[in-house]
Design a protein around this ligand. Structure first.
Ligand code: HBI
Ligand code: FE
Length: 296
């Protein structure tokens, strides 16, 4: 097994410096995971499973149970693939880590979800600057069992390939859509606001913060508003966008985005903490304790 992930370079992206890895697809080196690796998985899994009761979208909790993920061992991609392929035609592929955006989009467009093969170290339990196996497998994968969300992710990938051909500004707009939905999205359910974004689901602190803190704004989903809104990569989000349903998300990606990009081109973007007159505001955050507006 590769002793360590093959990192290509730190690339300056609109999210600041992020490590970009080789794009090779790798077999999950399951037999080589150490007891410590399995223990890290167990600790993170148990902690989030308890924390997410009453906080995560019902669809996430149901799908996670359906996949048979447990705390005691790191799941095998092959086991999960049998269920995923049957449910929505998706499959997991092992990767070294963050991929260049076009590679990532192309995988999504073909219903392949890239999952980092390595898991964080015990000393990184609470914060990691890049996606690891826990973030990808626990945060992103269960909802791929939901047919509507699975279709959204494939449509998003196709949109990403197109945006990449249009140019960098379109790509930034589309990356913001991913950020505020797939990574940090909230959904309105009968019992109240619930989490579906993987970046929150795999984070203890943000699972609590996003629903219970007075600091962030919580605003109704508006795709163009999201495409114009910058975000943070190094702190809790200042704004969370709330969808009414996964169908709403799927509907939003039906139209061709090209005219939308054209309309947004050259328009100023909004700071992550902005609240605008047209916003459907669930609550206007107090913003206390926010760092400067140094967001992307
Ligand atoms: N690569 N492996 C991996 N996983 C991601 O979630 C990922 C990526 N590359 C780019 C990326 N996400 C984001 O920039 C998306 O908004 C495209
Ligand atoms: Fe992610």
């Amino acid at each position: 097994m590769n002793a360590a992930p093959e990192r290509v370079e730190h690339q300056m992206t609109d999210k600041g410096y992020v490590p970009i890895y080789t794009t090779a697809v790798v077999e999950q080196p399951w037999a080589d995971y150490t007891e410590t690796d399995h223990q890290v998985w167990a600790t993170l899994f148990e902690r989030q499973r308890e924390l997410l009761v009453g906080r995560a979208s019902e669809e996430f909790m149901r799908s996670k149970r359906a996949m048979g993920m447990t705390a005691d061992r790191i799941p095998k991609f092959d086991d999960l693939n049998r269920m995923l392929r049957a449910a929505t035609g998706w499959e997991l592929i092992g990767v070294q880590g963050l991929l260049p955006e076009l590679d990532f989009f192309d995988h999504l467009a073909n219903r392949r979800f890239p999952v980092t093969w390595w898991i964080r170290k015990p000393e990184q339990l609470d914060y990691l600057a890049e996606p690891d196996l826990f973030h990808d497998l626990f945060g992103h994968v269960p909802l791929l069992m939901n047919p509507v969300f699975a279709d959204y992710m494939a449509a998003y990938g196709r949109g990403g390939v197109k945006a990449h051909a249009i140019g960098p500004e379109a790509l930034v707009n589309l990356t913001r859509l991913y950020w505020y939905t797939v990574e940090f999205g909230l959904i309105r359910e009968p019992e109240g606001l619930r989490i579906y974004g993987a970046g929150i689901l795999s984070s203890k602190g943000e699972s609590i913060h996003c629903l219970e803190s007075a600091a962030p704004n919580r605003i109704g989903f508006d795709m163009e508003r999201i495409m114009q809104t910058r975000y943070r990569i190094d702190s809790y989000q200042k704004t969370y966008f709330v969808i009414d349903s996964y169908e709403q998300l799927m509907e939003a990606t039906r139209p061709d985005f090209t005219p939308i990009y054209a309309r947004l081109a050259g328009q100023p973007s909004h700071p992550a903490g902005a609240v605008l007159s047209g916003d459907a505001v669930f609550n206007r955050g107090t913003g206390e304790g926010w760092a400067s507006e140094g967001d992307v």
